[in-house]
Design a protein around this ligand. Structure first.
Ligand code: MG
Length: 373
């Protein structure tokens, strides 16, 4: 189980038409995969995201030399060391070593984690709503309608990137056309203050298909979250950038959120991520993963959700949904799992149960050029 080799796969794709949220437009999609191989030839894949030049130098000069010769069984120990250098790189390493451990024991990752509760996981179509073009609302209606036609019944759309009036006109348009077939989460990406999100109150009272409002305020405004939660007629969700379970506990203890949204690539490795899921479950807080940056982390979010005990019956859902990036992003294609009628069936097998499309990684391999992060 000694680590012998680490290969890296930095990938970049320039979007022909940028899309975005309240924080601006995405001009690129990128991913950084690693493959760790042990001296007995067992391979495990991991994924992280950051500016590619930073990750590349970090892996080449520090992380790879550190990992060579370490024991793959020391996953949590080595991830803790790497975390001090680069939090997200540690997540990639922890994923790869998890897969190696499963393969070494001949088990599916869900078996390694104690067993699978769910054969299929609901997913929601996740949109980056804004485009530079003047007819962005028309385009948004088109892409959300396409998701309805593909069988999705839940979607996340953005607010906060335009004036409240424009955003309300956009969401009203979606509601008028699609409310019978789609439930919506509205994500403000921390761009509002209390007064502004309260301008949505009368609409929220009228609409019965809003799953949650996501991060209306900066996440450190915990008291304001608690105030809003008492005032608004919908659930509040957040936490995609939180690094470990402790701040989630703080948010929950102070009554700030209804739904925790940890991201497997932002947390303390895949083990820290699962610890957050279990802790949220044990204190009775719903947990719906945020996972927008790549195919492998999305698979890990599905596998971890499959190992989470069932939720209460109050919402009619057995398990909380996982985010499903439906925007143009070639890297979500690296794993050939597709939702059917809004559900992804977990594919069993030794390790992670699926193969990574290595032709795709070769095709989009970053050529080392500088680009705007
Ligand atoms: Mg969000």
């Amino acid at each position: 189980m000694i680590i012998e080799r680490i290969d890296t796969y930095p990938c970049l794709y320039e979007l022909p038409t940028p899309y975005g949220d309240a924080n601006g437009y995405k001009k690129y999609r990128s991913c950084y995969l690693i493959k760790i191989t042990t001296c007995s030839g067992i391979e495990g894949w991991g994924e992280c995201i950051d500016w590619l030049p930073t990750l590349d130098v970090g892996f080449r000069e520090r992380i790879i030399p550190y990992l060579i010769g370490k024991n793959a069984t020391d996953r949590i120990k080595v991830s803790k060391v790497i975390k001090k250098w680069h939090q997200r790189a540690a997540t990639a390493v922890s994923m790869a070593l998890t897969e190696i451990m499963a393969k070494a024991t001949g088990l599916f990752v869900c078996q390694l984690w104690g067993g699978q509760w769910h054969e299929r996981i609901p997913v929601y179509a996740s949109f980056q709503t804004y485009q530079e073009s003047a007819d962005w609302t028309k385009h948004s209606l088109q892409i959300v309608s396409k998701a309805v036609a593909e069988g999705y019944s839940m979607a996340k759309v953005k607010i906060g990137g335009r004036t409240v009036k424009e955003d309300q006109a956009h969401i009203s348009l979606l509601q008028n056309e699609l409310a019978k077939s789609m439930s919506f989460a509205l994500d403000a990406n921390q761009s509002y203050d209390v007064a502004t999100i309260c301008e949505w109150q009368s609409l929220l009272q009228k609409w019965s298909n809003i799953m949650w409002i996501e991060e209306p305020l900066p996440m450190e405004r915990i008291n304001d979250y608690a105030l809003l939660r008492a005032k608004l007629p919908v659930a509040l969700a957040g936490g995609e950038n939180i690094l470990n379970v402790k701040p989630f506990l703080g948010l929950c203890q102070q009554g700030a959120i209804d739904i925790a949204q940890p991201d497997p690539m932002h947390e303390d490795g895949i083990d820290g991520y699962r610890h957050t899921l279990e802790t949220m479950r044990s204190i009775g807080v719903r947990v719906s993963p945020h996972v927008f940056d790549g195919g492998l982390s999305r698979l890990y979010a599905l596998l971890a959700q499959a190992c989470l005990p069932p939720w209460g019956k109050m919402t009619g859902e057995e398990i909380e949904p996982v985010e499903w990036d439906v925007m143009e992003n070639p890297f979500t294609e690296m794993i050939s799992l597709r939702p059917v009628s809004g559900y992804v069936t977990i594919r069993q097998g030794v390790g992670i149960g699926v193969e990574i499309d290595q032709d795709l990684l070769a095709h989009y391999r970053w050529d080392g050029r500088m680009y705007q992060a």
